[in-house]
Design a protein around this ligand. Structure first.
Ligand code: ADP
Ligand code: MG
Ligand code: MG
Length: 869
């Protein structure tokens, strides 16, 4: 294998092999830009080294050959005593990991060559000793593993209150002696004087830095694979630390915060490498370079334009000026904020650099989602009191309340409230809806609070474990003795997980106003508008909404939903109607049961009619009742206590307790629910189907689709279907009848199930739960973080579809279902429907639509457009 590439041999497409830095250095070299010459050792060599513990055979030879070529070109030898060549040894992986790995500058200096360097610099002794002390300091820290503080302290002792640039040659020379002493003391050996030895050690130190704890942590957060390894770049040094005619800087080709074109960067005179970002002295704005060195400044601007036109994107760069000569040391397509991403993409279209298709690929659904949440003003005064998980983004301010009732009461009086709980459960739903935001001290990103909040587009911080929440006393305590009682103002940031005391001012999202129907005003909103239109025009996937109220349905339509993919009917059995459900469960005769169902039917009909109205002729997929019935009954413990101790217990309470006990299950999610319930309680599904049919009749043009949950076998579906078809025929209403595919057996027997289903909707929450055998309500908190650490999965399978397992079930079901029924309509209605990675998967396997919560609809539209490109 070839392990070493000269900069003239590479190009920007070789990032896998040469890393981002190496590939782009090669690209710039080939563009004819002023890049110091050098070469790159491939990441393949690194992978070999990390796996085997030694560099691959032939590498040393190859490096020696490239070094010879470099020396010939430069006309001096590495570390040569009277006229040394110096090099830097720089890390650089495929994905940029800023500052996470190591780089060593000024390699080649020792007690002899330092004099040669001074001579080379026209007798600039100060510069030579400054470079030498920098080498020992960087090499000592990164290669020899010495605590960097020791060098810092020694430097501070000499410097006092002066700047590093105020030290003279003598002082720097003595500092070098001190540094060498530190090396001796800490390692028991001398600082290695042999230049080639220095270089060799630096290369392996860069390899090793791939597995430094902070690099490992960064990769985990950024979801960068752990096995890529880093390339190593070796290049001739150029010096920004010669004096005031030299310096070093960083720049962006446009503002990474807003996308505006202009001059954005910082410059530091008489400095080297990291000095600019390390903040050792105050930098100056790049514009001021024009005054200091007009020639270099003009050249830099011209190069920035060249780079933008070449990369057709925002670039960031590192440069150094050595005695009036400009050198380019790094470039890459730069990171930017979500807002800038949209603006830049459309600006580049207007400049004729990219097409609208490309513009759509330059932004992501995650960025769009970020733009949809109100944000806290980062410049405001704020006091952080705790940090939890950033469960659902956004910024919410309100008075702390500790129960659902108070949340409803206070919000009814026009107060904004934050619902604070240890954790939430379905009974808190009304309070969650009333609240501006939700804060819990327990639970992970798929806890009840988190899932529901995300679905509602409501800000949520969960699992803020430092908080001691007492719902009884209506207050919580934060570290440092801060006590927040009911009615006190707090602010929670669902994007960062921070909790603040008091009110932090927020700024509204104009992007949401736009989706709600406002005319595009600002540049950002115009950019979003253009990109969304183009994504919509190109996508093949339909986008539907998971909603179950007319209000949400209407919003979903404004956000671009083309129908409802999941209308749950559960909430229609709550509140006032609980009593009717109790009657249904307690019924001991057919007549009693029918009476209870008859009472429910008109209510259900009205529910459905309102939704059909809101959807105005778009399809509405209604899922018949899914959860186990006991969820609608009183809690078994509460009721037992009441029956045992309360003086005014009624016969009805006793009957109810018997029923609750009868229905109690060890494992309700695998118990009597979904289609099973419909088959066991005669008339229940029929009542719902009749309500749907009547509602559809009442609202002309409505398009109901009846969805049977939790089917595992075609026979289950057939019995329900028969009855439903009859009812529809009686009412003369047209409706599709289909099923959710959410039990693995259904996916595996989809060919049979399609005989009785006109559509499938993949219920990926349950499907994931049952495919992995993970209880969604429990596993996140107990062992998911360990699984993520071990790399068993990169993201929770409840967030992004697990392609290997759950995804395969979907593929099988789609293929075999369509073999039976070619016009089988296919969609997905699990939480995954609004997740970017999962949307791409749905596109790839040929589903017809994705369905997600209203706030994710624009995200799904955009990602569906991107998937089609
Ligand atoms: P990082 O990946 O952390 O940015 P770099 O490899 O880019 O690390 O190097 C750190 C600093 O050293 C940068 O400011 C870079 O410009 C500077 N540098 C690297 N190589 C040279 C060189 N050959 N001459 C002068 N400065 C260099
Ligand atoms: Mg850099
Ligand atoms: Mg389900």
């Amino acid at each position: 294998a070839k392990y070493v590439y000269d900069f003239t041999e590479g190009n920007r497409n070789l990032k896998d092999l040469l890393g981002g830095k190496g590939a782009n250095l090669a690209e710039m070299t080939n563009l004819g830009l002023p890049v110091p010459p050098g070469f790159t050792i491939t990441s393949e060599a690194c992978r070999h080294y990390l796996a085997e513990g030694s560099t691959p055979g032939g590498l040393e030879q190859e490096v020696a050959e490239h070094l010879d070529a470099l020396e010939n070109r430069m006309g001096r030898k590495l570390g040569q005593a009277d006229d040394p060549l110096l090099v830097s040894v720089r890390s650089g992986a495929k994905f940029s990991m800023p500052g996470m790995m190591e780089t060593v500058l000024n390699i080649g200096l020792n007690d002899e060559s330092v004099h040669g360097l001074a001579k080379q610099a026209g007798g600039n002794e100060r510069f030579a000793w400054d470079s030498y002390r920098r080498l020992i300091q960087m090499f000592g820290k990164t290669v020899l593993g010495i605590d960097g503080e020791l060098f810092e302290r020694a430097l501070d002792a000499v410097k006092g209150r002066r700047h590093d640039t105020d030290l003279d040659a003598g002082e720097l020379q003595r500092l070098v002696e001190t540094y060498k002493g530190i090396v001796r003391e800490q390692t028991g050996g001398d600082f290695p004087a042999d230049p080639r030895e220095q270089m060799r050690l630096a290369v392996t130190a860069v390899f090793d830095s791939w597995n430094a704890p902070r690099a490992v942590l960064y990769r985990r957060q950024e979801r960068i694979p752990a096995d890529l390894g880093t390339a190593v770049n070796i290049m001739a040094m150029v010096f920004g630390n010669y004096g005031d005619d030299s310096g070093t800087g960083v720049a962006f080709t446009r503002d990474p915060g807003s996308g505006l074109q202009g001059i954005y960067g910082d410059y530091l005179q008489n400095a080297q490498g990291e000095d600019v970002v390390a903040g050792i002295r105050n930098t100056i704005p790049l514009q001021e370079l024009e005054r200091l060195d007009k020639h270099s400044y003009d050249e830099l601007l011209a190069i920035m334009e060249t780079l933008e036109n070449h990369y057709k994107d925002l670039c960031d760069i590192e440069f150094t000026i050595e005695r009036g000569k400009l050198w380019m040391l790094q470039t890459r397509v730069g990171k930017r904020t979500a807002a800038a991403a949209f603006c830049i993409a459309t600006q580049l279209v207007d400049q004729g650099l990219i097409t609208l298709d490309e513009a759509v690929t330059r932004v992501t659904g995650d960025q769009l989602a970020q733009l949809m949440f109100p944000r806290f003003d980062a410049d405001a005064d704020r006091k952080t009191i705790a940090k939890g998980m950033n469960a659902s983004p956004g910024a919410a301010v309100g008075r702390a309340v500790f129960c659902s009732e108070r949340a409803i009461e206070l919000s009814g009086q026009g107060e904004d409230v934050i619902l604070v709980r240890r954790e939430t459960n379905p009974d808190d739903l009304a309070g969650m809806i009333a609240a501006r935001g939700i804060l819990t001290s327990r639970g992970g990103k798929t806890s009840h609070a988190a899932v529901v909040a995300r679905g509602m587009g409501k800000t949520c911080v969960c699992g803020a474990e430092d908080l001691e929440v007492s719902t009884e006393e209506c207050r919580f305590t934060a570290p440092g003795g801060v006590v927040v009682s009911e009615g006190d103002l707090i602010s929670i940031d669902g994007t960062t997980g921070e909790v603040f005391l008091g009110e932090v001012p927020v700024v509204d999202s104009e992007v949401v106003e736009y989706f709600e129907g406002a005319e595009p005003g600002s540049e950002l909103v115009r950019a979003v508008d253009r990109i969304m239109r183009h994504a919509d025009a190109g996508r093949r996937l339909g986008v539907r909404a998971n909603v179950d109220t007319p209000q949400d349905a209407a919003r979903a339509r404004r956000f671009g939903a083309q129908g409802i993919g999941l209308c749950r009917t559960e909430h229609m059995f709550l509140g006032e109607r609980r009593r009717l459900v109790e009657d249904l469960v307690l019924a001991s005769t057919d007549d009693e049961r029918q009476a209870a169902l008859d009472a429910l039917e008109p209510l259900q009909k009205a529910d459905f009619a309102a939704i059909f109205q809101a959807m105005d002729g778009d399809p509405v997929t209604i899922r018949l009742i899914d959860p186990p019935l006991h969820e609608f009954l009183p809690d078994i413990v509460d009721l037992s206590v009441k029956v045992a101790t309360s003086p005014d217990v009624t016969d009805k309470d006793r009957e109810l307790l018997t029923a609750v006990k009868r229905l109690h299950e060890q494992n309700p999610m695998l118990g009597l629910r979904g289609v099973r319930l419909g088959l066991v309680i005669p008339g229940l599904f029929a009542m719902q189907v009749r309500a749907i049919a009547q509602a559809a009749k009442e609202v002309p043009g409505s398009r109901p689709e009846i969805m049977i949950p939790l089917v595992a076998a075609v026979q289950e579906l057939e019995s329900v279907r028969e009855e439903a078809v009859e009812i529809l025929a009686e009412t003369g209403v047209d409706a599709l009848i289909g099923t959710m595919i959410e039990v693995p057996r259904a996916a595996l027997s989809a060919g049979r199930i399609a005989e009785a289903a006109q559509f499938f909707s993949f219920g990926t929450n349950d499907l994931t739960q049952m495919c992995w055998g993970f209880s969604r309500d429990d596993v996140e908190a107990s062992f998911f973080s360990r699984y993520l650490d071990l790399g068993i999965f990169g993201t929770s399978p409840f967030e992004t579809i697990d392609r290997e397992g759950v995804g395969r079930l979907i593929e099988i079901a789609a293929k075999e279902g369509r073999a039976t029924r070619p016009d089988l309509h296919l969609g997905i209605c699990g939480e995954h429907g609004g997740d970017p990675g999962s949307v791409h998967f749905c596109h790839e396997v040929g589903l017809d639509y994705v369905s997600c919560s209203p706030f994710r609809i624009p995200v799904a539209r955009l990602e569906a457009g991107r998937a089609a490109l």
